[in-house]
Design a protein around this ligand. Structure first.
Ligand SMILES: Cc1ncc(CO)c(N)n1
Length: 225
């Protein structure tokens, strides 16, 4: 069994819960409250800024040119293709560049990004891939499944572009790269290492689910003034 198959099996119930989450289902049905989506876009933009740093760690941790190149491609894909979608949505919602720059990470965004950065900064390439694959692979799975279940979702005036992005060819390629790289890095690693990767993969999968939940309820820090 490939490492990606083993990790997928472990996380399958969590991934299923993410797909079934009301935030995701309501995107598919086109009924999601716009305020929830707007919140999500801002938090996801902040999330992606940190996520992109994982790919930069990858460039420094890679020990061959082909892997360096792959990480550079993933970094470029995230900052210049995926985040363009967020910038376009921000413009659509009237969110200014200043507002984006000043936005503050909500509790789950902080917890998730600090966890990923810590696990990959302190680990090797295996830990790094275990941290980041549930994001890239998970979003592509969600996009693909949404299109299967709700073929009209791609035509929605507000959410259509989002669905097309994650179900689309370019993002599929990015997710494939990440999964193949993860398999290459993890294949042949001792069981003790695989157990550590499994724990990280499960944790970031759970944070993915929590990210939908946070957006659905527009989670915020306690405010006393
Ligand atoms: C929280 C989150 N996970 C994964 C992706 C896909 O890159 C994203 N944009 N946001």
């Amino acid at each position: 069994m490939k490492p990606s198959e083993r990790l997928y099996q472990k996380a399958e119930t969590i991934w299923h819960a993410s797909f079934e989450h009301p935030f995701v289902q309501e995107i598919g049905q086109g009924t999601l409250d716009e305020r929830k989506f707007r919140y999500f876009m801002v938090q996801d933009y902040l999330y992606l800024l940190d996520y992109a740093k994982l790919f930069a760690f990858g460039v420094t941790k890679a020990d061959d040119e082909a892997t360096m190149r792959q990480f550079a491609n993933l970094l470029d894909g995230t900052m210049n293709t995926e985040m363009d979608l967020h910038r376009q949505y921000a413009a659509k919602f009237g969110i200014t560049t200043d507002e984006l720059a000043e936005a503050e990470q909500a509790p789950t965004t902080t917890a998730y990004t600090r966890y990923m950065l810590h696990a990959s900064h302190n680990g090797g390439l295996g830990e790094l891939m275990a941290s980041l694959v549930p994001c890239a692979w998970g979003y592509h799975e969600i996009g693909k499944r949404l299109v299967e279940k709700y073929p009209d979702a791609v035509n929605h005036p507000l959410y259509g572009e989002w669905v097309k992005m994650y179900a689309g060819e370019e993002f599929a390629e990015l997710a494939d790269w990440a999964v193949n790289l993860m398999d290459r890095v993890m294949t042949g690693k001792p069981e003790a290492d695989m157990k550590r990767y499994e724990e990280i993969f499960l944790t970031t999968s759970q944070y993915e689910l929590m990210f939908w939940e946070a957006a659905y309820h527009q989670e915020d820090w306690p405010r006393f003034s």
